[in-house]
Design a protein around this ligand. Structure first.
Ligand SMILES: [Zn+2]
Length: 160
């Protein structure tokens, strides 16, 4: 087993704040059922430098320092996987728009289904997305959506 020194642990904590979304690159465990490319919500970094994870598929295996490899969600395709996942767990009432962060009052079904990911967005964002889809305005990167951007930068887990 390899342990990270304190400086490395501090650097890892800055890189992987609790709530950020990570993608598995390699797990040095022949028995693991977590496939490369699977995503997790980071729960923090422990004193040994291991990254604590809540995998979307329902495991809590750590990404072990010096043995396993992962990276933060960083592409449109990866952000879409995160948003699709959040979409499955959106509250039915008074959900928060994952795109702009505004509260969407009342039942979720009253608001707009995103054209870019399988998730509900507020009516205003729905209108903007329609313009994006029609090519009338530049499409906002999904990496810039509040639900993706804030947790990536230490804003804590996205609760929708
Ligand atoms: Zn919105």
């Amino acid at each position: 087993m390899v342990f990270a020194d304190r400086k490395t642990v501090e650097r890892l904590r800055k890189t992987y704040p609790a709530g950020c979304r990570i993608v598995l690159d390699e797990m040095d465990d022949p028995y693991t059922k977590i496939p490369v490319g699977a995503q997790a919500t980071c729960k923090g970094v422990d004193d040994a430098g291991d990254i604590l994870c809540a995998w979307d598929m329902g495991s809590s295996l750590k990404v072990a320092y010096g043995a396993d490899r992962c990276h933060k969600v960083g592409t449109e395709a990866e952000a879409k996987v995160t948003l699709d996942w959040y979409g499955k767990h959106q509250p039915e009432e008074d959900a928060v728009c994952p795109r702009c962060g505004a509260v969407m009052p009342g039942p979720k079904g009253r608001h707009a289904l995103s054209r870019w990911a399988d998730i509900t967005v507020c009516d205003q964002c729905g209108t903007i997305e329609a313009l994006e889809k029609a090519g009338l305005t530049k499409t906002l990167s999904m990496m810039e959506w509040t639900a993706v951007k804030d947790p990536q930068n230490g804003g804590g887990p996205w609760n929708g």
